[in-house]
Design a protein around this ligand. Structure first.
Ligand code: ADP
Ligand code: MG
Length: 186
């Protein structure tokens, strides 16, 4: 799969957030969307997902299967971690999968009772276990401490398969992934 972002521009009123942005995203590759806070990273990802409409430019093809770690968790607070994944149509051994990146027993707890970093890991599992061609992760590692981070990154790599992976992060994720990562600057 190859995704072409062509000449994308977006303004909010007088504020030009993205100006004529183009990039080619290929299967199996990792892309970091880099830029300071407020530079339009989330806006660009939301345009790719069809949640925000660009003023100009195209995302091609348009009917890509996407799974995402949104900037906000977007979890169903009254459900357990495992039931959040089930509610998204994810099948298979969800408990076993969550146990790989969460403390034992956390998968059965209501997500409202989990720490910020644990909730983030539920969001990461939800995204990687969903069937998709493009994985979008907007600040996925926020609140995840260094000790868990290595494990989480290994988990993502083990489940990424041949998908396109697009990540925004303030950290140097190339070092963390130990992989060749293309940096797209905003
Ligand atoms: P980043 O993710 O890089 O921090 P964002 O894409 O969230 O940046 O935001 C880029 C700029 O657009 C910011 O100045 C933000 O305040 C502004 N912005 C984002 N969404 C809206 C919106 N719905 N209405 C008005 N301004 C917005
Ligand atoms: Mg953002």
């Amino acid at each position: 799969m190859r995704i072409e972002l062509r000449n994308i521009s977006k303004s909010y009123g007088d504020l030009k957030v993205i100006e004529n942005f183009s990039a080619t995203l290929d299967s199996g590759k990792i892309y970091q969307i880099a830029g300071p806070s407020g530079s339009g990273k989330t806006t660009l990802l939301n345009i790719i997902m069809g949640l925000v409409k660009q003023d100009q430019g195209t995302v091609d093809p348009q009917n890509i299967r996407i799974s995402a770690v949104f900037q906000e968790d977007r979890l169903i607070e009254s459900l357990s971690a495992e039931d959040n994944l089930k509610a998204c149509g994810i099948t298979g051994n969800i408990r076993e999968e969550l146990d790989k990146i969460l403390p034992l027993g956390a998968a059965r707890k209501k997500v409202s009772k989990l720490s910020g970093g644990m909730r983030r890991r539920v969001c990461i599992a939800r995204a990687v276990l969903a069937e998709s061609d493009l994985l979008i992760m907007d600040e996925p590692f926020s609140g995840i401490d260094e000790q868990n981070l290595i494990n989480v990154i290994q988990y993502i790599m083990a489940h990424k398969k041949d998908r396109v992976l697009t990540i925004t992060s303030h950290a140097n994720i190339a070092d963390m992934f130990g992989e060749d990562i293309s940096v797209l600057k905003l």
